[in-house]
Design a protein around this ligand. Structure first.
Ligand code: FCB
Length: 427
């Protein structure tokens, strides 16, 4: 029988743009208006109407007995125009976080979850002069207003994914396809993370726990006997998966290449060392990688899913062992407590989410039994929601949302998760 200590936190995760609706000042709001950008033409205009229905969603979490919630605050809503802070929006977030704590649910707040105020995107977004100073200023505003109702903070969500989707693959705003810009965006986000980390600690002191939600995947060679595939898997892992996370642990991002990537004035990658009080892991799947001359933009790595394996509705392989391997490796590398800040599956029929949950949690319970310091798990997601360029098709929720009526219905996997969280054992 596998069990979890009493101190282990079971929670769920969401992000503002994916659930809130009612914010017209973000880059994603504008992007989704452009024809062809989002599958099925979905737009985040209403999403789950969470900005108005958060009390209902909090009541659902309470009824499930969950003890933690990861959410993001919408920068574009709080600072809709440069240097103009919307106090009413901050007050609403304050009410939300306060109510959460009253309900015995520990909040974790992300400052930057993929979206930007439109005015900042228009000035160059992540590549804008002074992006890092802007994020740090936003961190100060958020900490000043919400610091007494929130102890856990994430500066940036999945910087590697954002750099790749927005600047390399052209799928997210500003829809660029430039490897050099992708590298620069990645690097700028590192500078911004360091600046935001310092701002939060400066305002809130050492009691605040600050980290990054690192998107980590395994990269394994398609043909283990092929040295080209092995090399590709290694390079792909080193550049895409690991570089940002390594920088926060060791102060080195691309190794000797660090000297070549120019950053915002005065920033040195070495400053990133030790800028996290906990290590956040978003884990979904692994990549099986083969060398392919046709995939130059992706570092010559063609990623695939092995034949016959179980996949999600998005075609992502279900590979729980990867979570165990990643947790163990990064707990050691980082030397700080680990939280699984996201893990979940697109599964409209809810036939695979239950076993998915159990198998991934089993990996964590085993790691904990072996002495690995894993303190919590946030399932992605509480609700079905707006899945970026994939639109409303993928269903990630423990709770089903009917977008026509905004009715919520707890899925069987939601009840199962509640039982595990209550009993703290996996049978
Ligand atoms: C992660 C994102 C999150 C959600 C899940 C499915 O990469 O952080 O917003 O879209 O994937």
């Amino acid at each position: 029988m596998l069990s979890f200590p009493d101190s282990f936190r079971f929670g769920t995760a969401t992000a503002a743009t994916q659930i809130e609706g009612g914010c017209t000042t973000s880059d994603w709001y504008a992007f989704a208006q452009q024809p062809g950008r989002i599958k099925g033409g979905g737009r985040p205009d209403v999403a789950c109407d969470g900005w108005r229905r958060w009390r209902d969603d909090l009541a659902i979490q309470k009824s499930l007995g969950l003890g933690a919630y990861r959410m993001s605050i919408e920068w574009a809503r709080i600072e809709p125009r440069p240097n103009e802070i919307d106090q009413a929006a901050l007050d609403e977030y304050r009410r939300m976080l306060g109510a959460m704590r009253d309900a015995g649910i520990e909040p974790m707040v992300t400052l930057h979850h993929f979206t930007l105020p439109k005015w900042l995107a228009d000035r160059g977004g992540l590549l804008a002069e002074g992006f890092h100073t802007r994020l740090a200023r936003f961190a100060r505003v958020a900490a000043g207003a919400l610091g007494d109702v929130c102890r856990f903070w994430i500066t940036i969500n999945e910087p590697n994914v954002l750099a790749a989707q927005a600047y390399l693959l052209g799928a997210w705003p500003p829809a660029r396809q430039s490897p050099t810009e992708a590298l620069r965006a990645h690097h700028r986000m590192l500078a911004a993370h360091v600046a935001a980390y310092r701002a939060l600690k400066d305002v809130l002191g050492d009691d605040a726990q600050v980290g990054v939600a690192h998107h980590l995947r395994l990269a394994q060679p398609a043909r283990p006997e092929s040295s080209a595939d092995r090399m590709m898997a290694h390079v792909f892992a080193r550049v895409f998966n690991d570089s940002f996370a390594l920088a926060t642990c060791t102060g080195r991002m691309y190794g000797p290449l660090d000297a070549l990537v120019t950053g915002p004035e005065g920033f040195r990658v070495a400053e990133a060392r030790g800028t996290q009080d906990f290590f956040g892991i978003n884990y979904y799947s692994r990549d099986v990688v083969r060398f392919s001359p046709g995939h130059a933009a992706e570092l010559f790595a063609e990623r695939s899913v092995p034949p016959g394996v179980e996949v999600s509705d998005l075609g992502w392989e279900v590979y729980p062992e990867g979570l165990g391997m990643i947790v163990r490796a990064w707990a050691q590398r980082s030397g700080v407590p680990v939280y699984i800040t996201e893990n979940g599956i697109a599964d409209a029929t809810d036939s695979r989410r239950g076993p998915f949950l159990v198998r991934h949690l089993a990996q964590l319970a085993r790691a904990i039994a072996d002495g690995v310091d894993v303190r919590g798990y946030f399932h992605w997601s509480l609700l079905d929601n707006f899945e970026w360029a994939e639109g409303y098709g993928p269903r990630f929720g423990l709770v089903e949302v009917d977008y026509a009526t905004q009715d919520r219905r707890i899925r069987d996997s939601g009840h199962l998760y509640a039982k595990i969280a209550r009993e703290r054992v996996l049978l």
